[in-house]
Design a binder for this molecule. Structure first.
Ligand code: DGJ
Length: 707
């Protein structure tokens, strides 16, 4: 087995194991079909490059772990040393295992390697999942005196026609903004050094054919399943290599392996597709197949944050809960502000004791009422944070992270609690756990609002980001084990921690603090690169968005939130009976659609810049829902036809407007919208339908059913 061919989910991965060298991926992408062993050997020979000016600069296929010692002049996959020795390892493969029995399971290749001179062992694992998602990780073992690891980063090659890079950036309330540019020579690197992927997280770093879009252009992307410091990089050398890489960023001395110790890297996930929809479909299928993926219908929730902020008391919460139940909510989430002293954001993080001044009877009466109304109860925590104005910080100042200059800059008046102190970890875990137990909390909104800019572990101030990340994972695992059925939302000032590491132990992410549909549609669109809609919290906010002051009608706000894990985040007590009835209709519409929305294939059309077209198509192609959104006034009028992607080209479909509370006004409606049309999927995708003439920030929903 010198050349291994793995095939799953429309994907081929061909790996060379010749010459006892670390595995080199020769092909990752389109399914190559059955390739006989002798042809695989020839594929390997056909991929061997001409040797140019020297053996070091020739474009050799680069192993999963690029090594300086075999001529890789870019960043080494492993950087480290044993007091200045063993810094340029050269691994020799000593064993391989391939499990490739049943294509309903992953094909798994594990390669064991050793470098006797460096006294290091290495196992590389490569899994091709049934969806065609590829993932890889390394285990490094130290067989000698303590070995300090500075970098352990894996790399997947992309073909030379991947000439364009796309990644995401963003900021608070405007997460996941794409940026594009040609794949440059050198290293394009996106680092997250704030102890989490961040609001500007690249999320998936993509390289693909020029002009790649949602529906066309071969494209490859990587994501790191890790919630701490990390880097994703695209690296291209003058010798012809193009790599997508990723790994944890290790701070000085954070990772020192004693003799016999080993470390396992986070998974580096890779997906490819002919267009971004196919690529993201591979992530979605993988995520949905996980044992921890939520299986029950996603409960429609009401969240109190933008409804009351810190102005809460029992009466106000009870009034909201009654209204929540009346509009059909299934979960009631008490956000920030419920604990002692927390009347604004300047104090009390870390204490986690119910505020008996504003809630003299505790939260029990609310918990009882919420449950009696048939809803689940959610409660907000920020377990990794501490306010200096808190009993916790006053009693244990040494538990606040400090890299040698005191607690550092406050951010939102708060600091980071060092969970590397076992007593701090235990105290917070047990306080959260006690409240979950006492109140019957069904759901935690787990927030994280400050970057780890000065995460020094006391008393010496040594770097503590890596340990903090592992402690957070541990706390989530322990809480979920103690409280079976407890669901958790990963929130981080919005979408600052949305990665497959945190999602192994949480049930949704909060995409963004922005509930304005104008911006939100793109936040959701690009979050969907990685996560299916049911893992994305999506809320209907107030008519005037709190983060942008833009005003949008209920129809646009609700039609945009409809796709994800639906929530309502507005003061329901301000709504009159008609408005409540309208909201209830949207909740009902969502409930009717959610089996499709939360299981189907997400699709996006490549449209003119002012327009978005989002959709979900059932896996069997039998039905679909689309949202056509006009974000801005197009310079060309009328806008281009609406072409519906992802339908079965051979099938005949009925397309009708999905009216929940309001319809496209007369004069704005193309004739077909009045009675619907019946057309083949191919016609709908290629020829399309005349676009409704919508004003900015208006949208229309289309219901599509096979006839
Ligand atoms: C930031 C979150 O993103 C918001 O949704 C809200 O929970 C606030 N924190 C509360 O402080």
């Amino acid at each position: 087995m010198d050349v291994v061919h793995l095939r799953r989910g429309g994907t081929s991965v061909v790996v060379s194991l010749t010459d006892a060298r670390l595995p080199r991926v020769l092909h990752w992408g389109h399914d190559l079909g059955d390739v006989a062993p002798e042809h695989l050997a020839d594929l390997e020979r056909a991929t061997r490059p001409t040797i140019g000016d020297s053996a070091v600069t020739y474009p050799q296929p680069v192993p999963l772990l690029p090594q300086l010692a075999e001529g890789w002049l870019g960043a080494p996959g492993l950087a480290g040393s044993r007091d200045g020795r063993a810094w340029a390892p050269l691994f020799v493969v000593v064993g391989r295992t391939l499990v490739d029995d049943d294509d309903r399971d992953a094909a798994v290749l594990v390669v064991d390697a050793h470098d006797a001179a460096s006294e290091l062992g290495l196992a590389l694992e490569l899994r091709l999942e049934p969806s065609g998602l590829l993932r890889t990780r390394a285990t490094l073992r130290n067989d000698g005196d303590p070995y300090r690891v500075d970098r352990l980063e894996l790399a997947l090659p992309v073909p030379d026609r991947a000439t364009e890079l796309v990644d995401l950036s963003g900021r608070w309330s405007l997460e996941r903004r794409p940026q594009r540019h040609p794949f440059p020579l050198g290293r394009w690197e996106r680092e997250s050094r704030g102890g989490k992927p961040g609001l500007d997280a690249p999320t998936v770093l993509l390289a693909g054919e020029d002009g790649l879009g949602w529906r066309s252009g071969d494209v490859w992307g990587v994501h790191l399943g890790w919630s701490g410091n990390q880097v994703l990089a695209a690296e291209r050398t003058p010798a012809g290599s193009r790599l997508l890489r990723g790994g944890e960023i290790v701070l000085p001395d954070e990772l020192v392996l004693a003799r016999g110790d080993e470390v396992v890297t986070p998974w580096l996930y890779g997906a490819w597709g002919a267009g971004l929809d196919e690529l993201s479909g591979r992530f979605h299928a993988f995520v949905r197949a996980r044992g921890t993926h939520p299986r029950s219908p996603r409960p429609v929730l009401v969240n109190t944050w933008e409804a009351v902020y810190f102005s809460l008391d029992l009466d106000r919460l009870l009034a909201l809960a009654e209204r929540a139940a009346a509009v059909g909510a299934e979960r009631f989430v008490v956000d920030d502000g419920w604990f002692a002293g927390r009347t604004d954001d300047t104090s009390s993080l870390g204490d986690w004791l119910v505020d008996v001044e504003r809630l003299p009877q505790g939260l029990e009466p609310l918990a009882e009422r919420v449950h009696a109304l048939g809803m689940e109860l959610g409660l907000w925590f920020e377990p990794e944070m501490v306010s200096l104005d808190s009993d916790l910080a006053r009693e244990h100042p040494g538990w606040v992270f400090d890299a040698g200059h005191g607690p550092g800059l406050p951010s939102r008046h708060q600091h980071v609690l060092d969970l590397g102190h076992e007593e701090a970890y235990t105290l917070v875990r047990d306080r959260v756990s006690a409240l979950v137990e006492r109140l019957g909390v069904d759901y935690l909104k787990w927030d994280h609002n400050r970057y780890l800019t000065d995460a020094g572990h006391g008393p010496a101030g040594t770097p503590g980001v890596r340990r903090q990340t592992l402690q957070v994972y541990r706390m989530l695992d322990e809480l979920r084990a103690r409280h079976p059925g407890l669901e958790v939302e990963s929130c981080s000032s919005g979408g600052g921690r949305a990665d497959l590491g945190i999602l192994e132990r949480t049930d949704r992410v909060w995409d963004s603090d922005c509930n304005d549909p104008h911006d939100r549609v793109d936040v959701q669109r690009w979050t969907t690169l990685l996560l299916p809609p049911e893992l994305q919290g999506a809320h209907v906010g107030a008519p005037r968005a709190h983060t942008t002051q833009r005003v949008a009608p209920l129809e646009t706000r609700a039609a945009t939130a409809l796709w994800g894990h639906l929530g309502l985040e507005l003061d329901l007590t301000l709504l009159d009976d008609d408005e409540l009835a309208d909201l209830r209709r949207w909740v009902e519409a969502h409930k009717a659609l959610r089996p499709l929305l939360h299981s189907g294939v997400t699709v996006h059309a490549d449209t003119q810049p002012e327009v978005r077209l989002e959709g979900v198509v059932a896996h069997d192609g039998s039905e679909a829902v689309f949202q056509y959104v006009m974000l801005d006034r197009p310079t060309v009028w009328p806008p281009a036809r609406v072409r519906l992607p992802g339908l079965d080209p051979e099938r005949i479909y009925r397309v009708e407007e999905l009216v929940v509370t309001a319809t496209v006004p007369a004069g704005r409606r193309p004739p077909w919208l009045d009675d619907g049309v019946t057309l083949p999927g191919r016609v709908l995708a290629e020829h399309g339908l005349e676009a409704p003439s919508l004003d900015p920030d208006r949208s229309v929903l289309l219901r599509v059913r096979g006839v």
